[in-house]
Design a protein around this ligand. Sequence first.
Ligand code: GLC
Length: 425
Amino acid sequence: MKRFIAIVTLIIFCAGLFLAFGLTNSNAASKKQVTITYVRGKDETQATNKILQEFMKKNPDIKVIFKENPSDTGQNHDQLVTVLSAGGSDIDVFDMDVIWPAEFAQAGYTLPLDRFIKRDKINLNDYIKGTIDAARFKGQMWAFPRFIDAGVLYYRKDIVPQNELPKTWDDLIKVAKKYKGKNGTKYGFLMQAKQYEGLVCDAIEYIASYGGRVVDESGNIVVYNQGTIDGLNMMRKVITSGIVPPNINTFTEVETHTAFINGLSVFARNWPYMWAMINSPQSKVKGKVGILPLPKGSKGSAACLGGWMVGINKFSKNPEASWRLLKFLVQKEGQKLMAIYNGNVPVYKPLFNDKDVIKANPLIGDKKFVEAILAAVPRPVSPIYPKISDVMQIELSNIVNGKKDVKTAVLDMDKKLKEVVKISK
Ligand code: GLC
């Protein structure tokens, strides 16, 4: 009997111990695992899923829900602003276009990152300086850069002979006309001419290649100048020369890459990410494409500066877990996965010498290409950038659609931009 009581006592004791530990452990696990939401524009590749899986494997106490916003940066912006301006906490971490930090900082949508950066001893010198500067506003960092973009010209190596590669916009028109229709192509050239942010980027390239500009160093509107008029006249000439699709005014980056990887065009203007699409399994032009700087105007070739950063919602309920995800996205591993699977140009400098990155995207190892990207022309930096862009989009669209002659559209743009800036002061 004594033995029986002893055994029963032991069993009860063990069961108690088991229960107590089990409970504490599961409590700890459920207490410890936090769920955060990450939002970015549509990812056409597998890059984001791969990165998030890697992150969750290494950080089992954090579960990340991935939500995609539209790929159009303007629509993406408006959806984010709807949540952020209402102080919502449904979003924790989100990607930000280079044109947003000033606005988001001013509106107080994102958490300043300086204390995290300092605490975790992130060396900002490892990153391309211009992109770090672009994330700063009034002395604080409101986002952290992920990759840098600049417009480039893609061409079909199997169609255009090396000695006919275009150097100027006029060359482009001539060569695109000559080879349009070869090897199954339907169009000579593709660009982004829908009324949206991408049109502003394309237009900046034409404008800057003729020495024009929108704002001066002090932020004054100076868009009504000969360079702007010459550049936009060239844009109109390209659009009306019979080399672009008749519905080019509906083209964003998505229509561009879809048509190009289906083998429908000889040339295309797009960002570096299209390289990854060209080499993806669904592409019909793998191995048939080369990249060139954009054609020159009277003042040389100019690429528009683009790129994306990542920030934390000021009202996130989990800033610490959010910071850990942000850190993973912007440090070596996250940037490397983006460069390999999404074709993006990293901003973390050591990756420019990384063998795997260069193998996936040889351009990243090409000094001249990197220099050209670093020399890209920024869009106006301003907390009211969306308003500036809206005005530009409307007037540029008038030019694309032939509703106004270039000079009148530029004059109107100048007048309206000055009004917008004046009201905001
Ligand atoms: C790319 C650029 C971004 C730009 C957008 C326009 O995503 O990185 O800066 O605003 O294209 O469509």
